[in-house]
Design a protein. Structure first.
Length: 400
């Protein structure tokens, strides 16, 4: 499997009109709401089912990308990571702004983040480390994975660390953890309008930093994996969260969001046409092109427009309606587990299960391995949600 197929993914965060098994923390008061239709002058609800639907889209794109299908139409599946970053900036900033001024707001935020993220991350790390020790795989870079700076390690080594590749995809978790440490300190110090200006500045700065890294270090991998060069995705999500809280009628942003999706989408299509779809399978191909430096920024703007249309209600109402369907909401709810476990699940099917079965060339036999990978990843994520994540979510609600 292509080393760069290990690269790109993120994971979810909580949202909160409480779905089944969702802790009451995330819908205080159980206020009735027409999903996707915020009312002028009222804050957004803490749980927006449309965002679970978007998480399903993001993790589904990444999982299909990592299957390495033969069609180049899947070469852009890694962009699901960018969508995850936009969602993270939007949700985390909203949580922090809405909770500003509450007693021990920062400590409570960090405690809830830790309960959400760390348990299954370190569970995966322990399992992979034990497997590596048993199979005499290199482990000298384990220390980076213990404290979350592995995104810089992976960027500097072109995703070839002295550690099993099974956790290469955690570079995006490292980016988000660094964001979670730094951004709340700014949110609690600055006023919303100051934060909006800062978010716009970071959105403009990130592509300039990517250009400097490309010219100075000639490293497409570092362009992709560092927090400063990925800040446009997180910043545009944060800026959107602040904007919908500043305007008197958030729904008035739906029409500009539609224009943003159209304009950014047209620019993205122009770059894809210039490079060819096949180039986007390989980071060293598109990441080395100076003309592609704004590509991540355009993706961030495109996805921010989709988030706005999803939450505020698109003019037709079709997008929020689709995202609120039961299946995408369910997959979005377990998307962190899908993200965390899918690559080890793929490896298990390839190296352990399928290697002991007779190889057949029929079309059905060729479809069986990817189907088995997706099924195993889903079952692991579902078990993780039921046994680990959901119980911890109930504990997290008590920390509110």
């Amino acid at each position: 499997m292509n080393v760069h197929a290990v690269l790109r993914i993120q994971r979810p965060i909580e949202s909160g009109a409480t779905p089944p098994n969702r802790p009451p923390e995330e819908n205080p008061g159980n206020t009735p709401r027409d999903p996707g239709r915020p009312v002028a002058g009222q804050p957004l609800p803490k749980y927006m089912p449309e965002l679970d639907g978007l998480r399903a889209v993001a993790v589904g794109a990444v999982m299909l990308y990592h299957l390495n299908p033969r069609s180049d139409w899947f070469s852009l599946g890694w962009t699901g990571v960018v969508l995850f970053f936009v969602l993270s900036g939007f949700l985390i900033t909203g949580i922090l702004v809405d909770g500003a001024g509450a007693p021990a707001a920062l400590a409570g935020f960090y405690a809830r983040r830790a309960l959400r993220i760390l348990p299954i991350y370190y569970l995966s790390l322990v399992v992979v480390t034990i497997w590596a020790a048993v199979h005499h795989e290199p482990l000298s870079d384990l220390r980076y994975y213990l404290t979350y700076p592995q995104n810089y390690l992976l960027g500097a080594t072109d995703f070839r660390p002295a550690f099993p590749l099974l956790l290469n995809h955690t570079w995006s978790l490292a980016v988000e953890q660094q964001f979670y440490v730094l951004w709340p300190l700014l949110v609690l110090k600055l006023r919303p309008k100051q934060l909006l200006v800062l978010a716009i500045a970071l959105l403009a700065l990130a592509p300039l930093l990517r250009a400097l890294v490309l010219v100075g270090l000639h490293s497409p991998s570092l362009i992709y994996t560092s927090l400063p060069t990925q800040m446009d995705s997180l910043a545009v999500g944060a800026g959107l969260a602040i904007l919908v809280r500043l305007v008197p009628n958030p729904r008035s942003l739906a029409r500009p969001a539609l224009w943003l999706v159209g304009a950014a989408g047209a620019a993205i299509l122009a770059l894809i046409r210039a490079d060819g779809l096949a180039a986007f399978w390989h980071l060293e191909s598109w990441g080395s092109e100076p003309r592609d430096i704004p590509f991540l920024t355009l993706l961030a703007l495109f996805f921010a427009g989709l988030v706005a249309l999803s939450v505020l209600g698109s003019p037709s109402g079709l997008l929020p309606s689709l995202l609120r369907l039961a299946l995408p909401r369910h997959l979005g709810r377990i998307s962190y587990g899908l993200y965390m476990y899918h690559f080890p699940a793929y490896f298990l099917v390839d190296r352990v299960i399928w290697s002991y079965l007779p190889q057949q060339s029929s079309r059905l036999a060729q479809l069986a391995p990817p189907a088995a990978k997706l099924l195993l990843a889903y079952l692991l994520a579902l078990a993780s949600w039921q046994l680990i994540e959901s119980p911890l979510s109930r504990l997290k609600s008590r920390l509110s």
